[in-house]
Design a protein. Structure first.
Length: 145
């Protein structure tokens, strides 16, 4: 696999947003990418009742999903068109309950190898760090349909 050729941040954002269009679960929960840079992505959503568990905190699955989204798309920024990534490992440490109005996940790539990308993510609820995650993304050749 060849490294991604240097392109403008605008071109990169356009390419990544095209991939996001096919992430139907992200649309379902209301998440969007708000910052896209090579090896770094931020995703956000307005926290609603549909995102809460029985005590009113952000559901742990939502928090893990946001970490996975940010880490995964950070990884995708470093692979060429026609190549994808899938999560092969995700570990989330929950630090505080998610109580607030807004969730923000920041993901970045620590090391991008040929077959595996090692990533980290933080998930914030308003101004409180509620989770840290580490993720391994497997680089895959996409199959034409």
């Amino acid at each position: 696999m060849q490294p991604v050729e240097s392109t403008s941040v605008t071109d990169l954002a356009t390419r990544i947003r095209e991939k996001l269009k096919r992430q139907y679960f992200m649309h379902l929960i209301g998440a969007d990418l708000t910052r896209i840079e090579p090896g770094r992505v931020e995703a956000e959503l307005a926290l609603g009742q549909q995102h809460q568990q029985q005590r009113g905190f952000a559901h742990g699955g939502l928090v893990a999903t946001m970490a996975d989204l940010a880490a995964g798309f950070a990884s995708i920024t470093l692979v060429p068109e026609g190549v994808g990534v899938v999560t092969s490992d995700l570990k989330v440490s929950y630090l505080h309950p998610g109580v607030g109005q807004h969730i923000k996940a920041i993901g970045w790539v620590l090391k991008a190898g040929r077959r595996l990308h090692f990533c980290e993510a933080e998930v914030w609820c308003d101004d409180v760090l509620i989770a840290k995650a580490s993720a391994t993304m497997a680089v895959i050749e996409t199959v034409s349909s």
